[in-house]
Ligand binder design. Structure first.
Ligand SMILES: Nc1ncnc2c1ncn2[C@@H]1O[C@H](COP(=O)(O)OP(=O)(O)OP(=O)(O)O)[C@@H](O)[C@H]1O
Ligand SMILES: [Mg+2]
Length: 261
Protein backbone atom coordinates (compact mmCIF):
# COMPACT_ATOMS: atom_id res chain seq x y z
CA UNK A 1 0.00 0.00 0.00
CA UNK A 2 1.25 3.51 -0.73
CA UNK A 3 2.18 5.63 2.28
CA UNK A 4 -0.91 7.24 3.84
CA UNK A 5 -1.21 11.01 3.40
CA UNK A 6 -2.90 13.10 6.10
CA UNK A 7 -3.96 16.66 5.26
CA UNK A 8 -4.18 18.99 8.25
CA UNK A 9 -6.78 21.45 7.03
CA UNK A 10 -9.28 24.10 8.02
CA UNK A 11 -9.87 27.16 5.89
CA UNK A 12 -10.13 29.24 9.04
CA UNK A 13 -6.85 30.95 9.98
CA UNK A 14 -5.01 30.50 13.24
CA UNK A 15 -6.83 27.41 14.52
CA UNK A 16 -3.71 25.33 15.14
CA UNK A 17 -3.09 23.60 11.78
CA UNK A 18 0.66 24.23 11.77
CA UNK A 19 1.11 23.55 15.48
CA UNK A 20 -0.74 20.27 15.04
CA UNK A 21 1.13 19.29 11.84
CA UNK A 22 4.57 19.94 13.32
CA UNK A 23 3.88 18.35 16.68
CA UNK A 24 2.00 15.27 15.50
CA UNK A 25 4.76 14.72 12.91
CA UNK A 26 7.49 15.05 15.56
CA UNK A 27 5.70 12.77 18.04
CA UNK A 28 5.08 10.08 15.42
CA UNK A 29 8.78 10.24 14.49
CA UNK A 30 9.76 9.90 18.15
CA UNK A 31 7.44 6.90 18.37
CA UNK A 32 9.53 5.28 15.61
CA UNK A 33 7.64 6.11 12.42
CA UNK A 34 9.41 7.54 9.39
CA UNK A 35 7.60 10.80 8.78
CA UNK A 36 7.57 13.36 5.97
CA UNK A 37 6.08 16.75 6.76
CA UNK A 38 5.02 18.58 3.63
CA UNK A 39 4.62 22.33 4.12
CA UNK A 40 2.28 23.67 1.46
CA UNK A 41 1.46 26.99 3.10
CA UNK A 42 3.21 30.03 1.56
CA UNK A 43 3.53 31.39 5.12
CA UNK A 44 6.00 28.51 5.63
CA UNK A 45 5.39 28.39 9.38
CA UNK A 46 5.94 24.64 9.59
CA UNK A 47 9.27 25.10 7.80
CA UNK A 48 10.53 27.71 10.27
CA UNK A 49 8.90 25.87 13.18
CA UNK A 50 11.21 22.94 12.47
CA UNK A 51 14.23 25.22 12.38
CA UNK A 52 14.66 25.62 8.63
CA UNK A 53 15.18 28.89 6.79
CA UNK A 54 12.70 29.88 4.11
CA UNK A 55 14.90 29.45 1.05
CA UNK A 56 13.89 30.47 -2.44
CA UNK A 57 13.68 27.45 -4.72
CA UNK A 58 13.65 24.94 -1.87
CA UNK A 59 9.92 24.21 -1.94
CA UNK A 60 7.59 21.96 -3.90
CA UNK A 61 6.62 24.91 -6.10
CA UNK A 62 8.65 23.91 -9.20
CA UNK A 63 7.93 20.17 -8.95
CA UNK A 64 4.20 20.97 -8.79
CA UNK A 65 4.58 22.77 -12.10
CA UNK A 66 6.32 19.72 -13.50
CA UNK A 67 9.92 20.93 -13.14
CA UNK A 68 12.02 18.42 -11.21
CA UNK A 69 10.82 16.00 -8.57
CA UNK A 70 9.49 16.38 -5.06
CA UNK A 71 12.01 13.84 -3.80
CA UNK A 72 14.96 16.12 -4.61
CA UNK A 73 13.44 18.90 -2.47
CA UNK A 74 13.09 16.77 0.67
CA UNK A 75 15.41 17.73 3.53
CA UNK A 76 16.43 16.10 6.79
CA UNK A 77 15.50 17.94 9.96
CA UNK A 78 17.48 18.01 13.20
CA UNK A 79 15.11 15.33 14.45
CA UNK A 80 15.53 11.62 13.86
CA UNK A 81 13.13 10.05 11.33
CA UNK A 82 11.52 13.40 10.53
CA UNK A 83 12.02 14.85 7.04
CA UNK A 84 10.49 17.98 5.59
CA UNK A 85 9.54 19.30 2.22
CA UNK A 86 9.76 23.03 2.94
CA UNK A 87 7.60 25.87 1.73
CA UNK A 88 8.62 29.39 0.71
CA UNK A 89 6.76 32.69 0.28
CA UNK A 90 6.88 32.28 -3.52
CA UNK A 91 4.40 29.43 -3.14
CA UNK A 92 1.60 32.02 -3.43
CA UNK A 93 2.42 32.22 -7.12
CA UNK A 94 1.81 28.49 -7.45
CA UNK A 95 -1.96 28.96 -7.19
CA UNK A 96 -2.06 31.11 -10.31
CA UNK A 97 0.47 29.13 -12.31
CA UNK A 98 -1.19 25.83 -11.41
CA UNK A 99 -4.59 27.08 -12.52
CA UNK A 100 -3.27 27.40 -16.07
CA UNK A 101 -2.14 23.80 -16.27
CA UNK A 102 -3.99 20.70 -17.32
CA UNK A 103 -5.01 18.42 -14.44
CA UNK A 104 -4.28 21.31 -12.16
CA UNK A 105 -5.98 19.71 -9.16
CA UNK A 106 -4.05 16.44 -9.54
CA UNK A 107 -0.55 17.93 -9.67
CA UNK A 108 0.38 17.12 -6.07
CA UNK A 109 -1.17 13.69 -6.30
CA UNK A 110 0.94 12.89 -9.38
CA UNK A 111 4.12 14.39 -7.94
CA UNK A 112 3.71 12.50 -4.63
CA UNK A 113 3.31 9.09 -6.22
CA UNK A 114 7.03 8.13 -6.18
CA UNK A 115 7.45 9.52 -2.64
CA UNK A 116 4.59 7.28 -1.45
CA UNK A 117 6.22 4.06 -2.66
CA UNK A 118 6.27 1.64 0.29
CA UNK A 119 9.54 1.53 2.21
CA UNK A 120 10.46 5.21 2.43
CA UNK A 121 7.96 6.81 4.79
CA UNK A 122 5.32 5.41 7.10
CA UNK A 123 3.20 8.54 6.99
CA UNK A 124 3.10 11.88 5.17
CA UNK A 125 1.55 14.90 6.90
CA UNK A 126 0.60 18.02 4.94
CA UNK A 127 0.21 21.45 6.52
CA UNK A 128 -2.38 23.32 4.43
CA UNK A 129 -2.82 27.08 4.01
CA UNK A 130 -5.90 28.74 5.57
CA UNK A 131 -7.93 28.76 2.36
CA UNK A 132 -9.82 26.35 0.17
CA UNK A 133 -7.84 27.37 -2.91
CA UNK A 134 -6.02 25.39 -5.55
CA UNK A 135 -3.17 24.34 -3.25
CA UNK A 136 -5.55 22.97 -0.63
CA UNK A 137 -7.64 21.24 -3.30
CA UNK A 138 -4.45 19.62 -4.58
CA UNK A 139 -3.88 18.30 -1.07
CA UNK A 140 -7.47 17.04 -0.85
CA UNK A 141 -6.97 15.25 -4.16
CA UNK A 142 -3.76 13.61 -2.94
CA UNK A 143 -4.73 12.80 0.65
CA UNK A 144 -6.31 9.72 2.16
CA UNK A 145 -7.30 11.51 5.34
CA UNK A 146 -8.19 14.89 6.71
CA UNK A 147 -7.26 15.91 10.21
CA UNK A 148 -9.27 18.99 11.14
CA UNK A 149 -8.14 21.21 14.02
CA UNK A 150 -10.91 23.28 15.62
CA UNK A 151 -10.19 26.05 18.05
CA UNK A 152 -12.07 25.61 21.33
CA UNK A 153 -13.88 28.91 21.04
CA UNK A 154 -17.28 30.22 20.15
CA UNK A 155 -17.01 30.25 16.38
CA UNK A 156 -15.41 26.81 16.09
CA UNK A 157 -18.33 25.29 14.22
CA UNK A 158 -18.65 28.23 11.90
CA UNK A 159 -16.87 27.32 8.71
CA UNK A 160 -16.94 23.61 9.45
CA UNK A 161 -20.04 23.34 7.28
CA UNK A 162 -18.03 24.84 4.45
CA UNK A 163 -15.24 22.31 4.83
CA UNK A 164 -17.69 19.39 5.00
CA UNK A 165 -19.40 20.68 1.87
CA UNK A 166 -16.07 20.87 0.04
CA UNK A 167 -15.17 17.34 1.18
CA UNK A 168 -18.50 16.19 -0.27
CA UNK A 169 -17.73 17.90 -3.56
CA UNK A 170 -14.20 16.48 -3.69
CA UNK A 171 -15.69 13.00 -3.27
CA UNK A 172 -18.66 13.43 -5.60
CA UNK A 173 -16.80 15.07 -8.47
CA UNK A 174 -14.27 12.23 -8.49
CA UNK A 175 -11.34 14.51 -7.58
CA UNK A 176 -10.81 12.05 -4.74
CA UNK A 177 -13.62 9.62 -4.04
CA UNK A 178 -11.82 8.01 -1.11
CA UNK A 179 -11.02 11.09 0.97
CA UNK A 180 -11.96 10.37 4.58
CA UNK A 181 -11.94 12.28 7.83
CA UNK A 182 -9.38 10.81 10.21
CA UNK A 183 -10.59 13.04 13.00
CA UNK A 184 -11.30 16.41 14.48
CA UNK A 185 -8.96 17.74 17.17
CA UNK A 186 -9.93 20.47 19.60
CA UNK A 187 -7.08 22.94 20.08
CA UNK A 188 -6.25 25.84 22.42
CA UNK A 189 -8.53 24.49 25.11
CA UNK A 190 -8.74 26.67 28.19
CA UNK A 191 -10.02 24.53 31.05
CA UNK A 192 -10.71 27.59 33.21
CA UNK A 193 -13.47 28.87 30.96
CA UNK A 194 -16.92 27.38 30.63
CA UNK A 195 -16.91 28.48 27.03
CA UNK A 196 -14.12 26.10 26.06
CA UNK A 197 -15.97 23.23 27.72
CA UNK A 198 -19.26 24.14 26.06
CA UNK A 199 -17.64 24.30 22.65
CA UNK A 200 -15.96 20.92 23.09
CA UNK A 201 -19.20 19.23 24.11
CA UNK A 202 -21.05 20.89 21.25
CA UNK A 203 -18.45 19.65 18.76
CA UNK A 204 -18.60 16.15 20.27
CA UNK A 205 -22.37 16.15 19.87
CA UNK A 206 -21.97 17.15 16.25
CA UNK A 207 -19.08 14.86 15.25
CA UNK A 208 -19.33 12.02 17.79
CA UNK A 209 -16.42 9.57 17.66
CA UNK A 210 -14.69 11.54 14.94
CA UNK A 211 -13.45 13.88 17.66
CA UNK A 212 -10.16 12.71 19.17
CA UNK A 213 -10.27 12.02 22.92
CA UNK A 214 -7.18 14.17 23.36
CA UNK A 215 -7.81 17.88 23.65
CA UNK A 216 -4.87 20.25 23.13
CA UNK A 217 -4.56 22.79 25.96
CA UNK A 218 -3.75 26.45 25.41
CA UNK A 219 -0.22 26.88 26.74
CA UNK A 220 2.44 29.50 26.06
CA UNK A 221 5.07 26.76 25.72
CA UNK A 222 3.35 25.56 22.53
CA UNK A 223 3.37 29.10 21.14
CA UNK A 224 7.04 29.64 22.05
CA UNK A 225 8.51 26.43 20.67
CA UNK A 226 8.45 27.46 16.96
CA UNK A 227 10.67 30.48 17.62
CA UNK A 228 13.32 27.99 18.78
CA UNK A 229 12.75 25.88 15.67
CA UNK A 230 11.62 22.95 17.77
CA UNK A 231 8.53 20.81 18.17
CA UNK A 232 7.22 20.92 21.75
CA UNK A 233 8.43 17.41 22.47
CA UNK A 234 12.03 18.58 21.92
CA UNK A 235 11.53 22.04 23.40
CA UNK A 236 9.87 21.12 26.68
CA UNK A 237 9.63 17.36 26.95
CA UNK A 238 7.54 17.24 30.12
CA UNK A 239 5.09 20.07 29.44
CA UNK A 240 1.32 19.69 29.18
CA UNK A 241 1.47 20.54 25.46
CA UNK A 242 4.04 17.83 24.79
CA UNK A 243 1.98 15.26 26.68
CA UNK A 244 -1.17 16.19 24.74
CA UNK A 245 0.50 15.93 21.34
CA UNK A 246 2.11 12.60 22.30
CA UNK A 247 -1.27 11.13 23.11
CA UNK A 248 -2.85 12.66 20.00
CA UNK A 249 -0.11 11.09 17.87
CA UNK A 250 -0.89 7.71 19.46
CA UNK A 251 -4.56 8.14 18.60
CA UNK A 252 -3.60 9.05 15.04
CA UNK A 253 -1.47 5.89 14.70
CA UNK A 254 -4.25 3.76 16.13
CA UNK A 255 -6.78 5.15 13.67
CA UNK A 256 -4.38 4.61 10.76
CA UNK A 257 -3.63 1.06 11.87
CA UNK A 258 -7.34 0.28 12.15
CA UNK A 259 -7.89 1.47 8.58
CA UNK A 260 -5.02 -0.68 7.33
CA UNK A 261 -6.82 -3.59 8.93
N1 LIG B 1 -2.43 25.02 22.04
C1 LIG B 1 -1.93 26.24 21.86
N2 LIG B 1 -1.67 27.05 22.92
C2 LIG B 1 -1.19 28.30 22.73
N3 LIG B 1 -0.92 28.84 21.56
C3 LIG B 1 -1.15 28.08 20.45
C4 LIG B 1 -1.67 26.75 20.54
N4 LIG B 1 -1.80 26.26 19.30
C5 LIG B 1 -1.38 27.22 18.47
N5 LIG B 1 -1.00 28.32 19.15
C6 LIG B 1 -0.51 29.60 18.59
O1 LIG B 1 -1.59 30.20 17.90
C7 LIG B 1 -1.17 30.74 16.67
C8 LIG B 1 -1.91 30.04 15.51
O2 LIG B 1 -1.54 28.65 15.52
P1 LIG B 1 -1.11 27.92 14.17
O3 LIG B 1 -0.08 28.71 13.45
O4 LIG B 1 -0.77 26.52 14.52
O5 LIG B 1 -2.49 27.98 13.40
P2 LIG B 1 -2.76 27.78 11.84
O6 LIG B 1 -4.12 27.23 11.72
O7 LIG B 1 -1.64 26.99 11.22
O8 LIG B 1 -2.68 29.28 11.32
P3 LIG B 1 -2.73 29.70 9.75
O9 LIG B 1 -4.15 29.54 9.36
O10 LIG B 1 -2.27 31.13 9.76
O11 LIG B 1 -1.81 28.79 9.01
C9 LIG B 1 0.33 30.55 16.63
O12 LIG B 1 0.95 31.71 17.11
C10 LIG B 1 0.56 29.39 17.57
O13 LIG B 1 1.85 29.40 18.16
MG1 LIG C 1 -0.47 27.45 9.56
Amino acid sequence: MPTPVIAVANQKGGVGKTTTSVNVAACLALQGQRVLLLDLDPQANATSGLGLEKVEGASSYRPLLGEGTLAEKIQRTAFDKLDILPSEPDMCGAEIELSRLENHLQRLSMALEPVRKPGTYDVIIVDCPPALGILTLNVFAAADWLLIPLQSEYYALEGISMITRVIGQVRDTGINSKLGILGVVMTMFDGRTRLSQQVVSEVREHFGDLVFDTVIPRTTRLAEAPSFGKPIIHYDRYSAGAAAYEVLAQEVSQRLAKQRG
